[in-house]
Every structure is written in structure tokens, then in C-alpha cells.
Design a protein around this ligand. Structure first.
Ligand SMILES: [Zn+2]
Length: 298
């Protein structure tokens, strides 16, 4: 039997904490707080629909080596992540273990259904809207929760994580002023979105979503709903349809043509296009695109 003693290899304290995250948004915020003391790896890419991710063997490897797993929660990942967690046989990150972190527990959640929940209609948001990271105030709450959890797991680095949080918090406050100012002229504007990805974003920036291309979250457009949507947009004089990068543009484009408007591909996640690699760049990108589009349709 071979027993390795601690004198030869690098010391345990110096090793980095391995964090796996369900999405790139979680990874981006975790990198802000964890800095060079953590290795962060996202599982789903920002250009993929986070509800429907095709599992790959590489996902399992990331989970097997993780000290901490962060998920969006509210059943966003229910279609693909739970079996991978089980198969990883990594006790640290099983649901309920200290290395499993559900960020929805720390955030403001919208569209929480009342009464009996049924999936008969195909609703993929049974516990409330899981796209909550698109409000920068929730981004701040996520960063704080991550700071606290990292400090629990690595108490020796607590001061370092606290310093990174303070930096993130102040840069976010500055950015929020910039974003609010850019969006202020468009408060009260009406839009349509493909999927219900934007309630937190729209509440923060004062936009009014009047309808959706999907008849129900997770259900592809139908001819009858599309016709109703065109009439609805015409009657309310709405021109813009926000489309996530992973949806087919044919229906949004034909609706946009019918109403004399435009389908705009907006990013719900970091990594939606390759130049958007941080939480700040995500809002900069979306707000730039959206404010320019609003200018066209006064
Ligand atoms: Zn969704």
C-alpha cells in the first residue's frame, strides 16, 4: 500500500477551490468574487437554452472534481442536471450537501404561481421565473451569497473574498447609474419577448412586456397564437420582439414584418456571443442594442 504524505506535493491550503456552475452567468459572478483563489467552470454555455441542454461526458468530469456546485434553481436545470449530479458520485455537491448552492434562494423571484401547479400545459417555470439574474440587484445578491459561501468553505481567504465583493459592489453601483440613465427615456415602452426571460430586467428598467411568441413558456409558437400576437401588437402599436439567441427567428421575423417592426436578438446570458464575457458586458451589450432599437420606433 502506498501512502503519500503531505511533505511532497503542494500544500492543501494553497490549492484552488474548484467551483462548477450550471450557467456562465453564475461563473462570471463567481470569478469576480473568487478571483485567483478559485477555478470556475460553467457547464451550460450562454448561447444555449438553459432549460434544454444536451448533457456531455465533459459535464460529468467538471462535477466529479467540484468542491462547490452553483445552480440557478427553480427547476431551470431540471431537464439535464440532476442525473449528472447523481452520476458524479461526488458527495460534496449532492443536493443538500454544503457544496450545493441554489442561488434562487437569495434573490427576488417574480411570477411565482398561485394555487395548484400542473405541467399539463408544458410550463417550464413551475416555481416562479428562473431568469432572475437579469436584474443587477439580483446580481448583487448573488455575489453576496457567493462571497459568504466561499468564505465558509475557505475561511482563510475570507478577507480576500470580502475585498473582491466590495469591489464588485461598487463597480456595479457605477454601472447601474449608467444603465438606468441610458434606459430612462424608454420607461413605459411596450415590447414582446419570445420566452419569459426578461421579467426581472423589464421591472428594473420600466419596460412593459405585453405578450410572448411562445404561447406558454417552453412551448413553440403555434399559428393561432402567432396570429393573435400580430393583432395584439398592432392594437397596442408595439414594434420590438426580443428573441433569445437559441430560438428560431422565422416566426419572430414574420411577426415583425407584419407589424412593421423588428425582431432583436438580445442576450439573456454571459457567453451569448463570445465578446460578452462578464456580467457587466452582458448589460452593456443588451442595453446598447435595446436603446438604439427604441430610438428607431418612437
Ligand atoms: Zn425560462
Amino acid at each position: 500500500m502506498l501512502i503519500l504524505m503531505g511533505t511532497t506535493g503542494p500544500s492543501l491550503a494553497a490549492s484552488k477551490l474548484n467551483v462548477a456552475t450550471a450557467t456562465q452567468d453564475l461563473a462570471a459572478i463567481t470569478s469576480e468574487i473568487g478571483g485567483d483563489r478559485v477555478n470556475v467552470e460553467a457547464i451550460a454555455k450562454g448561447y444555449q437554452d438553459p432549460h434544454f441542454v444536451e448533457p456531455k461526458p465533459s459535464f460529468l468530469l467538471k462535477l466529479m472534481h467540484a468542491d462547490l456546485l452553483e445552480v440557478v434553481g427553480l427547476e431551470l436545470e431540471i431537464g439535464w442536471l440532476p442525473p449528472l449530479i447523481t452520476q458524479s458520485r461526488n458527495g460534496k455537491i449532492q443536493v443538500g450537501a454544503n457544496g450545493y448552492m441554489d442561488l434562487s434562494r437569495y434573490c427576488q423571484i417574480l411570477e411565482i404561481p398561485q394555487g395548484q401547479i400542473t405541467r399539463a400545459m408544458g410550463d417550464v417555470h413551475p416555481l416562479g421565473n428562473p431568469h432572475y439574474w437579469l436584474d443587477p440587484e439580483n446580481g448583487r445578491r448573488m455575489a453576496k451569497a457567493i462571497q459568504q459561501r466561499l468564505s465558509e468553505v475557505r475561511p482563510n481567504d475570507a478577507a480576500y473574498f470580502a475585498q473582491n465583493y466590495a469591489g464588485f459592489d461598487s463597480r456595479l453601483s457605477e454601472a447601474e447609474k449608467r444603465w438606468e440613465a441610458r434606459m430612462a427615456p424608454y420607461r413605459g415602452r411596450k415590447i414582446v419577448t419570445y420566452h419569459r426571460s426578461w421579467p426581472n430586467f423589464c421591472e428594473r428598467f420600466g419596460l412593459n412586456v405585453i405578450d410572448y411568441v411562445e404561447p406558454r413558456p417552453g412551448i413553440p409558437p403555434t399559428p393561432s397564437h402567432t396570429l393573435e400576437l400580430i393583432n395584439h401588437m398592432k392594437s397596442e402599436n408595439v414594434h420590438l420582439i426580443l428573441v433569445e439567441p437559441y430560438f428560431d427567428l422565422r416566426t419572430p421575423n414574420s411577426v415583425a414584418r407584419a407589424v412593421g417592426g423588428e425582431a432583436l436578438v438580445l442576450l439573456p446570458s454571459v457567453g451569448g456571443v463570445k465578446e460578452v464575457t462578464s456580467y457587466f458586458q452582458l448589460f452593456d451589450y443588451d442595453i446598447n442594442l435595446l436603446s438604439s432599437a427604441f430610438e428607431k420606433y418612437k
